[in-house]
Every structure is written in structure tokens, then in C-alpha cells.
Write a protein that binds this ligand. Structure first.
Ligand SMILES: Nc1nc2c(ncn2[C@@H]2O[C@H](COP(=O)(O)OP(=O)(O)OP(=O)(O)O)[C@@H](O)[C@H]2O)c(=O)[nH]1
Ligand SMILES: [Mg+2]
Length: 354
């Protein structure tokens, strides 16, 4: 899973990036694009680790890009969507738009006014406009080649939608249309999460309300947070102290957990686990994935030679404290075939033959 953080200069992207990764971007690194893997914290996997005490422990990860654009580069073309940004977006499945909704005299914005709503609207409309150009070019090309095919229809559908400044992810393409479109990807085909970076003041409350309304009309997930506080909390090594601070700010858990959960929800992702003395590992799949496809996630050989999947549902496993004899005795070790739809938290042992 790959995500990219974009936004105007000095909106708090790196502060957020450091907060979710629990690391610190050095001053030299600040002037370039940085990439980190964010570990997906999962209590269930921790529990499995305690039971199996494996040599290797492998949580799922989200690969996150902190997309830096210097103020001067931004001002030169008046866009954050430079060639390199577009390349980075193309590698991603989730776009996180970070919006500055705080004043900070020590670190002023790159323009005179902080305008959270306008900033978001401009970014979304710019993405739609870029997609519109892409669609237009492709339509011209297909017309010239006299190809009034499925791709042509699908792109026209996108074109009409984009003309109203609406993102492509809102459209429901059929399976055939998706295949026909597989040659290229619109920017707004990605899932988009909007993060409103605001202090605890009410300075921008009207703007924030407007953003929330705007996001509702576009089916965008909008989350409000204070990156600076989240960053400070993420730096505590003492877990008890960390919890106290979270409580003080009315936060349920560290930002890294909340971020990961939001991404999973937005992308319809779930996890299944493989266990053993060698390794305990989490695998990320889309909801409604079959056992066969889940096997393919591990290795194409396992998919090809698939015989059966031995499944333990996590709550059953937990209920017997990991005692497999008891689980078997209770009839809760299930043997399933290719078509079985994997549940979130399933512990799977694939039987295969190649
Ligand atoms: N008051 C306040 N300041 C913040 C907040 N988030 C970030 N800052 C400050 O704003 C400045 C810019 O934050 P960065 O995280 O570097 O922002 P950025 O988007 O990565 O900036 P560039 O990459 O340089 O464009 C820093 O001085 C931060 O400490 C916040 O929530 N509140
Ligand atoms: Mg930065």
C-alpha cells in the first residue's frame, strides 16, 4: 500500500510525516522528497507473536511519501503538481492532502493569508483539471484512430464528470471499463484523504466547516488534527507518559494508529495472518478477497498449487488462548476451498502442491 502526502508549502506535511512514523526528518532531508514505511500496529498480531515467539515478526506496512516542493519551485509555475509530484502520485494509491489551518508567526505561510477552504478547493480543482486534459488528449487520439470502443466510452464518462470539477473516484466503472482503462491512471482515480491541520484555536472554524461540507459533497474523507501536537506526542518513549498526553488532548490513540485505520477503512482493506515458529506475518488484502487470491498474495506457486486453506478465526483462537488442540476439539479449525472469502483477522495455513 502506497500513500503520498501533498499540500502547499509550509502546511505541516513533514510534521505529520514525522508524527506517523515516529521519526525525525533532519534539516538536510527537509529539502527533498522522503519515503518511509509506517508499521501497521495490530494488537492481534502482537498476541500471535507472544504465542509463537517466532524468529521473524513482520507487521503490514504502508509506504508513505512526503512530497516536498520548495516555495520557489511552487511560485515559478504556480502549482504543486510538478512533473516529479505527478510521478510520485502515479506510484501511489492514496493521496493525502494536508491543509494548513493554523497561524504561526515563527513560521509564516508562503502567502499573505491562510485560506484553508480556498487551498483545498484549488488543489481539488487543479487535479480535476489535469485529469480533464488527460482525458481530452486521449479522446482526440482515439477519435483519430477511429476507435469508438469501450475505452472511448469510459473516458468520455470521466470527461463529463471532470468538467464539473468532480473527481473520477466517484464514478462506478464496470469491470470491462476498468480493464479498458488499465493503460493509464487519472490522478483523481486515487482515494483521497483530506487532513485539516489546525491548532486548538477557533481562528479558522468557518473555513473548517466549509471544508467539511465540501468534502461531504465530493465523498472525501476529511479529518481534523493538530500535527504539531501529534508530533510531540509521538516522540515520547515512555508509554505511560504518552498515554497521559493523549488523554489530555482528548485523543484515543497515537496518530499513527488512527492514520492506518483510516487508510484501511477508506481502501476497504483487511489483514490476514500466517503463523509459525519461523515467522508471524500480517498480509493486507481487499475485503471480499477469495482464499485463492489471498494465497497468490504470498506466492504465485501457492495460488497455482492451491489445495485447501486451514482457517482459524482470530476470536476463536484468542478464546482458547492459542491452544490448537482445544480449537480442533471445538470444531473450529476450518478447512476451506478456493472460493472461501477471507475474514479480517483469519489465521491461515495454505495447503498447496507444486
Ligand atoms: N502552530 C502550528 N504550527 C505547525 C503545525 N504543523 C506544523 N507547524 C509548523 O509549521 C512549519 C512548517 O511545517 P512543516 O511540517 O515543515 O511543513 P511542510 O509542509 O513539510 O513544509 P515544506 O516541506 O517546507 O513545504 C514548521 O515550523 C512547523 O513546526 C500546527 O499544527 N500548528
Ligand atoms: Mg516538508
Amino acid at each position: 500500500m502506497k500513500a503520498i502526502i501533498i499540500g502547499y508549502p509550509l502546511s505541516g506535511k513533514t510534521t505529520f510525516f514525522d508524527a506517523i512514523s515516529g521519526q525525525i526528518t533532519t534539516d538536510t532531508q527537509k529539502n527533498s522528497v522522503n519515503i518511509r514505511n509506517i508499521k501497521v500496529i495490530d494488537e492481534r498480531l502482537e498476541y500471535l507473536r507472544n504465542i509463537y515467539k517466532p524468529k521473524k515478526y513482520t507487521p503490514a506496512e504502508i509506504n508513505v511519501i512526503d512530497n516536498y516542493i520548495s516555495v520557489s519551485d511552487y511560485l515559478k509555475d504556480n502549482t504543486i503538481f510538478t512533473r516529479s509530484t505527478l510521478e510520485n502520485i502515479n506510484k501511489s494509491e492514496v493521496i493525502i492532502i494536508l491543509i494548513r489551518a493554523f497561524s504561526n508567526n515563527e513560521s509564516p505561510y508562503f502567502k499573505d493569508k491562510v485560506e484553508p477552504f480556498l487551498d483545498l478547493k484549488n488543489l481539488v480543482e487543479e487535479m480535476c483539471f489535469l485529469d480533464l486534459m488527460t482525458a481530452e488528449k486521449r479522446i482526440e487520439r482515439l477519435k483519430k484512430e477511429n476507435k469508438k470502443n469501450l475505452e472511448f466510452n469510459a473516458i468520455n464518462k470521466a470527461f463529463e464528470h471532470l468538467q464539473n470539477n468532480k473527481p473520477v473516484y466517484q464514478l462506478n466503472f464496470s469491470e470491462d471499463e476498468i480493464n479498458a482503462l488499465s493503460g493509464f491512471k487519472f490522478i483523481t482515480q486515487n482515494k483521497i484523504m483530506v487532513l485539516i491541520n489546525s491548532d486548538d484555536t477557533n481562528d479558522f472554524s468557518q473555513d473548517i466547516a466549509k471544508i467539511e461540507e465540501y468534502c461531504r459533497t465530493l465523498d472525501l474523507t476529511a479529518v481534523r488534527l493538530n500535527a504539531k501536537i501529534e508530533f510531540e506526542i509521538s516522540q515520547f518513549s515512555d508509554e505511560i507518559e504518552k498515554l497521559e498526553f493523549l488523554k489530555e488532548y482528548g485523543l484515543s490513540e497515537p496518530i499513527s494508529n488512527r492514520f492506518v485505520r483510516n487508510v484501511y477503512k477508506m481502501m476497504n482493506l483487511i489483514s490476514f495472518f500466517t503463523v509459525g515458529q519461523d515467522e508471524v506475518k500480517a498480509w493486507t488484502i481487499k475485503k471480499n478477497t477469495s482464499a485463492l487470491k489471498a494465497a497468490g498474495k504470498i506466492h504465485s506457486d501457492i495460488e497455482r498449487g492451491f489445495i485447501r486453506a486451514e482457517i482459524m478465526h482470530y476470536p476463536d483462537f484468542f478464546a482458547v488462548s492459542g491452544n490448537i488442540q482445544n480449537l480442533k476439539a471445538a470444531g473450529k479449525l476450518h478447512l476451506e476451498g478456493k472460493e472461501y472469502i477471507v475474514n479480517d483477522g483469519d489465521i491461515i495455513n495454505f495447503r498447496f502442491n507444486v
